[in-house]
Ligand binder design. Structure first.
Ligand code: NAG
Ligand code: NAG
Length: 471
């Protein structure tokens, strides 16, 4: 028996012990680690001092990077030393060094940041102080009068940014034939893009949820729909768990299964051996989460970055804060694999299949110009030490919040519809998408927008029904 075999045997033994535990030993009440908002301002509060009130001011912001930053960037790009890849290795050893040379040449000679800046500035940007730090966001209202306007927050993750949503926003703000349109707000997670990074530890997705709820209240939105992918899905779920009264609907495009609890754990184990008993479509859903050995190998191959960022974020940041080429390789390798794992066998990681280097490099620039890649990495460490370390995943979302899931086939991890019940009590919408992966809004802007519209219609119908019942 190889080491992997032993690991699997160990996993099965652990699973059996866990069944006994989960079924027969009463579990403790599940509590969130930190439910109180904290202060992240530079001026430290004295112990016991109440949180200062956030100022009401919201300032307009324009993306305008100085010439000095841009010329210094070019200087660094010009002196890049490249990795010489093994013959025919494509992306199997990580970002291909020969292709990186091509990307850097493009960045130096063809990429026009000022043009991309205009594109970024086509939506209104703002900054406002919340919990002591500057929070950046874009805010886009419907283009025409609409019968029903639903406020919608879209939350990015890593290695994403607000830029991910630029292609889907116009599809959401344009009213549908029956008069539904969205007022879209996309904030940058603290430390990402133009949002300030905290100068202290503890800013995880739970604290980000507190901050984003405060942001929506500042904009006079006490009830809204929220969507999240990647870390955005953790922030959005935390918002729904902490503030169910403010969330009209929660829409997720990352929906992964950790180990489900209670009866869903039994279902999970049954699905492992008898998929037909559990899944409506076993041919599609079984391979997405089983066999465990294959899933484990795949996740090991694709998640090394996660382990580094969750443990020693500043070490790798030392290299990436200094080398724009290194930063591009690191971020874009992950982008390539998360949009489609088959890209590992392509010389250019599939980055130009349907996308342009202008698009990718604009995303990378948002990490470079902020000069704070370490903050985006530390977010992993903060989350692993809070969200992942406790019972956050299995603490269900309040049944008053309708939840919708858009399942994109190339997403890295899945939780089939039959298994989500352990954490989602009020699933009202679950769609299987024909194409797309981890960066759904960026990869498939129309499928993404259409799914949010469908979900919102569903939410509006539910709201109508419940007001009728109350009358
Ligand atoms: C960017 O800043 C420069 C220098 O301060 C200024 O001349 C230019 O008009 C600004 N551009 C935008 C789009 O605000
Ligand atoms: C962070 O805080 C420390 C002191 O608490 C200070 O010395 C340091 O300059 C601050 N760093 C930043 C980036 O503000």
């Amino acid at each position: 028996m190889g080491i992997l075999g032993k690991l699997i045997a160990l996993a099965i033994l652990t699973a059996i012990t866990a069944i006994v535990f989960q079924l027969f030993i009463k579990s403790d009440k599940l509590d969130l680690l930190q439910t109180e908002p904290k202060w992240f301002g530079k001026n430290k509060l004295k112990s016991g001092e109440p949180l200062p009130k956030d100022p009401d001011t919201i300032n307009k912001f324009t993306v305008n990077i100085s010439d000095e930053v841009l010329s210094e960037l070019k200087q660094r790009l010009r002196s890049t030393r490249f990795v010489k890849p093994l013959p025919d290795s494509q992306f199997n050893y990580g970002f291909n060094g020969d292709y990186l040379k091509q990307v850097v040449d493009y960045w130096l000679t063809k990429f026009d940041w000022r043009k991309q800046e205009k594109e970024l500035n086509k939506y209104n940007h703002f900054k406002t102080k919340i919990s002591g730090i500057d929070i950046h966001f874009i805010h886009i209202k419907p283009t025409k009068p609409a019968k029903t306007i639903v406020p919608l927050m879209l939350i990015h993750g890593w290695p994403g940014s607000i830029w991910e949503f630029y292609k889907t926003i116009p599809l959401l703000t344009e009213p549908t034939a029956d008069g539904l349109a969205f007022e879209v707000i996309c904030p940058s997670i603290p430390g990402y893009g133009f949002s300030e990074a905290p100068n202290q530890s503890g800013l995880d997705s739970i604290q980000t949820a507190h901050i984003f709820i405060k942001l929506m209240k500042k904009l006079n939105h006490n009830n809204f729909v929220v969507n999240g992918g990647d870390w955005g899905s953790f922030v959005a779920r935390s918002m729904a768990k902490l503030y169910p009264q403010n969330i009209r609907g929660l829409h997720l495009n990352l929906n992964s299964c950790m180990i489900p609890k209670g009866i869903h754990f039994v279902k999970y184990l049954t699905a492992m051996w008898f998929p037909k008993l559990v899944f409506e479509n076993p041919d599609r859903d079984y391979p997405r989460i089983f066999p465990l050995k294959k899933r484990f190998q795949f996740l090991m191959r694709e998640s090394g970055y996660f382990h580094i960022q969750a443990t020693k974020p500043d070490t790798v940041s030392a290299a990436l804060a200094d080398s724009p080429a290194g930063l591009a390789a690191y971020l874009l390798e992950k982008s390539a694999m998360a949009s489609n794992a088959q890209n590992i066998d392509k010389w250019d990681g599939g980055l130009t299949d349907g996308y342009t280097l202008d698009e990718w490099l604009t995303g990378v620039m948002l990490y470079w110009v902020s000069d704070n890649v370490a903050a985006t990495f530390r977010f992993y460490k903060e989350n692993v030490e809070s969200v992942f370390g406790y019972n956050w995943d299995e603490q269900p979302i309040d049944a008053t919040v309708p939840v919708g899931v858009a399942n994109f086939p190339n997403e890295i991890s899945h939780c089939p519809k039959e298994l989500v019940g352990y954490k989602i009590l009020n699933l009202v919408h679950f769609t299987e998408q024909p194409r797309g992966g981890h960066f759904a809004a960026f990869e498939e802007p129309k499928l993404f927008a259409d799914d949010i519209k469908l979900f919102a219609k569903n939410v509006l119908d539910i709201e109508k029904q419940s007001t009728k019942q109350q009358k």
